[in-house]
Design a protein. Structure first.
Lengths: 250, 320
């Protein structure tokens, strides 16, 4: 997709894909034949720049035909560089500007709480994205309201566009920060499907508190030459690199 | 005191907002209010008492508030966001653009105490840019009601509208401008006074002053001025503006807003594109100084006599 489009954020796509796939294919109660069902569970992809991983997973779920993936970011394509809820079934929120998804997820979770519904809301955020203040406004509101049907997963690959999160504007101690906002925290290997599934099936981490899952990931994983390298935030692979990566992935 | 005429009764449109919200919430259980520690300043104490579970007070957090409102809409609710216009619109501009307008979310945003309602608190608390930056956003309805009846009708119309709506809710005392037969419709102007020499286009707190100016001009100058109420700044009633240009040849706009980019800017865009005529845009020329709102209006000529004088000046530029 990204090679064809000549644009994209392949590193973040790879670090998020295992989490997105487990949530959408195995955990969230969603129906590709009725994507707007009122009591559906919500998955909000806050790191909208990883749209390629979301689109590929939604296609795998059957929300739309996978042939559309070839038109990623093509003129007039519904597959914007950043997700468009109006045009792509299965997309819950228009994200891309960072710090938007988590407040929206808190809103859907409050709506569920008002309806006394058991439906869950999941939100995937990038780690660098947590530097946006709007997240912490929403974190405070969610902790205050004890939204235990809400789970935020942090794609903790340690890298943002210009370097590591810790040298840019330090996030650690991230777990302590979340706990101090009234959240229950769990940590997991974000590329281990069984561990992710196990964790998500046991939610909430703690009754009466929203769950903050720090998923340790590697940017670019599992492609060896992309892994943990900051330039793959939005570098586009050459044709040769695509072949090498495909060969590695078997 | 002899010689002093009692003024008309003045209304705080927030009272109408609050009572209408209670009625709407009573009729539709999806209706919720989202606010940012603005229960008192939005006059929502009664709503909170009656519907405690449906008032989401997120604290002092405008960006979070707007995102949460978008999420509530996604979750099937009909949220109304209420907070001081200066903070809601400026602090949450990207959320209004992306989470509401681009998403076409059914969220109503009420900007309380706009313009220079907080006159003495200074330019940080004046909201004289809100209409300019909001009307640039696609798919967002922008309404500036002039009196309590129009505030109530605008709120009800917003609930019938598919997509996001911004409503400026005045705290300044305003007289009732419209008669009992008035029916507000999104995107429709309303001709309050007929006239042939010039047209005054206005909304919000300035509309009653425009009416006063038209009266003064008729009495003192023998000039008949059409007064057009333009509560919806987006989408704009372009045909009414073109008619004013063609039939009266001069347009003066007046609003409680910056001279740049608000109602006047919107009207000017239509005039330039469709029927160029001499125009004058009245509002605040820049950051306004500290002072009571009424004093600021007088200082900047935003009064009946000030508007009348501006019309006379602009008439001098009219093609004969």
């Amino acid at each position: 997709m990204i090679s064809a489009a000549g644009l994209g954020h392949v590193g973040g796509d790879f670090s998020a894909t295992d989490i997105v796939a487990v949530l959408l294919l195995a955990v969230a109660d969603i129906d590709p034949n009725d994507p707007r069902r009122p009591d559906r569970e919500r998955f909000v992809m806050s790191k909208g720049h990883s749209s390629a991983s979301l689109y590929a997973t939604l296609a795998a779920c059957g929300f739309f035909d996978s042939s559309l993936l070839d038109r990623y970011m093509a003129p007039l394509s519904p597959l914007n560089g950043h997700p468009d809820a109006k045009r792509v079934p299965g997309v819950e929120a228009n994200t891309g500007p960072l710090g938007h998804g988590l407040p929206i997820a808190v809103g859907t979770a409050i709506a569920g709480q008002m309806d006394a519904s058991d439906r869950r809301t999941f939100c995937l955020v990038g780690d660098g994205e947590l530097q946006e203040g709007s997240n912490w406004e929403a974190m405070m509101a969610a902790g205050h309201r004890g939204l235990d049907r809400l789970t935020v997963v942090v794609d903790r690959n340690g890298l943002q566009q210009g370097g590591t999160t810790e040298e840019t504007s330090r996030l650690e101690p991230l777990a302590d920060k979340a706990r101090s906002f009234g959240w229950a925290v769990a940590e997991v290997d974000g590329h281990d499907h069984a561990a992710l599934l196990d964790l998500f099936e046991g939610l909430p981490v703690e009754t009466g508190r929203p769950s903050f899952v720090i998923a340790h990931t590697h940017k670019g994983y599992p492609v060896s030459f992309m892994r943990d390298r900051v330039e793959w935030h939005h570098r586009v692979p050459t044709a040769g690199e695509v072949q090498t990566a495909l060969a590695e992935l078997g | 005191m002899s010689g002093v005429k009692a003024g008309p009764q003045l209304f705080d449109c927030r009272d109408t907002f609050a009572s209408t919200m209670c009625e709407l919430a009573g009729a539709d259980e999806r209706v919720v209010v989202v606010c940012s520690d603005s229960v008192g300043s939005s006059k929502l104490v009664g709503f909170k008492k009656r519907f405690p579970e449906r008032l989401v007070n997120v604290g002092i957090a405008e960006q979070g508030m707007l995102g949460i409102a978008a999420g509530l809409a996604n979750g099937g609710k009909r949220p109304v966001v209420s907070g001081a216009s200066c903070f809601v619109t400026a602090r949450g501009l990207e959320q209004i653009k992306v989470d509401l307008a681009y998403t076409n979310a059914n969220v109503i945003v009420c900007g309380m105490s706009p313009g220079v309602a907080y006159g003495e608190l200074g330019p940080t608390h004046h909201s004289i840019e809100d209409v300019a930056w909001l009307r640039a956003i696609d798919n967002l309805v922008v309404i500036v009601p002039a009196d309590p009846a129009e505030t109530e009708q605008a709120l009800r119309a917003a609930f019938q509208h598919e997509g996001p709506v911004f409503i400026r809710v005045s705290r300044m005392g305003v007289p009732a401008v419209y008669g009992p037969d008035y029916r507000f419709r999104i995107g429709k102007a309303h001709r309050l006074i007929e006239g042939t020499d010039a047209t005054l286009i206005s909304n919000g707190t300035m509309l009653s002053r425009a009416v006063e100016a038209a009266g003064l001009l008729a009495e003192q100058e023998g000039v008949t001025v059409r007064v057009v109420s333009m509560p919806t700044v987006r989408p704009l009633d372009v045909e009414e503006i073109v008619a004013a240009a063609e039939e009266t040849g001069v347009i003066v706009t007046v609003e409680e807003h910056s001279e740049r980019g608000g109602l006047g800017g919107a009207v000017a865009e239509a005039v330039v594109a469709r029927r160029p005529v001499p125009m004058r845009i009245m509002g605040f020329p820049g950051f306004a100084p500290t002072g009571p709102a009424q004093w600021l209006f007088e200082h900047f000529g935003l009064t009946g006599p000030g508007i009348a004088a501006a019309v006379m000046e602009t008439l001098g530029r009219k093609e004969r």
